[in-house]
Design a protein around this ligand. Sequence first.
Ligand code: KG4
Ligand code: ZN
Length: 343
Amino acid sequence: MNVLGIETSCDETSAAVVAGAGDDVRVASCVILSQDVHQVYRGVVPELASRAHLTALGLVVDRALGDARLVLEDLDLIAVTEGPGLIGALLVGVSYAKGLALATGRPLVGVHHLEAHLFGTALDDPAAVPPFIGLIVSGGHSLLLDAPAWGSYRLLGETRDDAVGEAFDKVGSLLGLGYPGGPAVERAARGGDPTRYHFPRPMLHAKQRLGDPDYFDLSMSGLKTAVIHAVRGAADPAAETAHLARGFQDAVIDVLVTKTVRAVEACGRPRVVLGGGVACNRALRDALGTALAARGATLHAPSPRLSTDNAAMIARTGVFRASEAGRTLDAAARLPFPGLVRT
Ligand code: KG4
Ligand code: ZN
């Protein structure tokens, strides 16, 4: 089947076509237009994001179809991000997709953005299939889940405050590195001395045991505050930028690796599927890959292009949702994350 995906949940206007069925799906085209207007404000301005989606979406969809050498009639399904995300931005994509579905008579399916990040990794790496532990770390969300099968997810832990990408963005801004902070903090950290700053590892205690509410959950706000205090206490903060970035990144990675290893051991899963924008972070991938290999598990991470928000992962999730009979946008809308249960 040919599926058109549409993604407008935040500051990327994206459309893509995937072709295939089951776990054998290839990307026929993927167009991602990143809105750079937000750099001026060092954060996403929702109203500007919605307006930019409105201007760009039609052209982006046309281009995705053209790149795939398809016309609308060749499509079997339209998949669109229905949430979570900025409400105005989502509304642009959902309204456009509804219009297109009505005009073409094709079925429409609503996709959960976070589930799609897992499918994004599967597009790049055919071995990224359940059963696995999923670690989704993006600008808006951070969660750890157990996935015994596609469509069936057990939430193990999530952030109590800031998402991991959000913490990178805030620290990047604090260090004067611009927006988004993640890539800039990672670059700066490469030249940093790992022994200069030792920041707290939030929610990480050797005493924690399975069943403790803190065992898998994450928190970033205390770490962020520790970085703020370190910046304020530095005689020449500019000279400390690389060291502060390194100290911060090492603390984040330490927490993520420890919690992910806990999940692998608690659930006995052979694989970890990483998803979300922070999956671009090379230091995180290396540390996680090494820690998992030592325990006989493997890490499956997406390419940088499919780590950040894109519509190929939305279309890929559409292929899976289509295999579940009778799902439409309206049916999916009441489900916060289809198949996700918190234990
Ligand atoms: O998944 P995504 O594109 O959008 C959301 O759904 O939020 O993730 C964007 C986030 C931003 O916070 C950005 O700073 C972060 O991913 N990010 C990184 C890196 N590249 C992007 N964080 C750390 N290291 C990176 N190399
Ligand atoms: Zn995302």
